[in-house]
Design a protein around this ligand. Sequence first.
Ligand SMILES: C[S@@+](CC[C@H](N)C(=O)[O-])C[C@H]1O[C@@H](n2cnc3c(N)ncnc32)[C@H](O)[C@@H]1O
Length: 274
Amino acid sequence: MSEEAKPLVKWAGGKRQLVDILFKSTPIEFNDYYEPFVGGGALFFKLYSQNKIKRAYLNDYNPDLMNVYAVVKSRPNELIEELKVHGRYPNEKAAYYQIRQNEPEDMVCQAARFVYLNRTGFNGLYRVNSKGKFNVPYGRYKNPKICDEENILLVSEALKKAVLSNKDFEIVRQQAKPKDFVYFDPPYHPISKTSFTSYTKADFSENEQVRLRDVYSELDGRGAFVMLSNSSAPLITELYSNYQTQNVLARRAINCKADKRGPVNEVLVSNWRS
Ligand SMILES: C[S@@+](CC[C@H](N)C(=O)[O-])C[C@H]1O[C@@H](n2cnc3c(N)ncnc32)[C@H](O)[C@@H]1O
């Protein structure tokens, strides 16, 4: 039986495979922890399991994802009950599309629908159409685990240390103080035109990458520990040329074309020397 909270959702760009490398690169001691692009939150859960989190600020622009965290934090047992109901639906295409089509108003039911679609949809992708409707196709998994009761309770415990928000990443400018640790894991700047960058209705453009670098520099000037993951695209190496950059090789499953799913070079940019 595992005792460590693990990411609740499969997430494009999720850091599960890289989390040990990332963990080794974190500051030995810091005050509060910030993840303004939390996604699946792999590094947060790792730091929590190593007793490194005093208080965390977890943010993501995706409202459906942040609703799941809010529900898991304060109403985990209601979510478990709801997911048990979802687990009784037959694992077949028609049931998937029916649940995808129904959009409940209650926040616990919304969270259960999100977890169900994340477990049973293609590659755990999150994608919405121009009207904001979730449109990922059925994933054809043999035996998806819809309700991981033990993990939901562990995650709920971990989230008691976290302040949750659903804002643009710049919120961290108002929050982080000297000696706090900020980890940015934004949508990656594409190396190729087919790279996956869309998690919400708004895309993360070149201007957004520049805006993020400006926030990075501001927090650096303030005396916070700042770390960023991104692709090794020339724009990124140029934007962070004043900082220490480490290359990391990651195996990505976020491209829907199998031949584009090989290892890609990512960079890890930090503003301190460990
Ligand atoms: C690479 S993923 C993060 C992966 C995460 N570290 C993990 O381990 O699963 C990037 C996240 O940024 C979020 N995002 C996109 N634009 C944003 C913005 N302007 N402000 C905050 N979050 C944003 C997306 O919803 C997505 O969850």
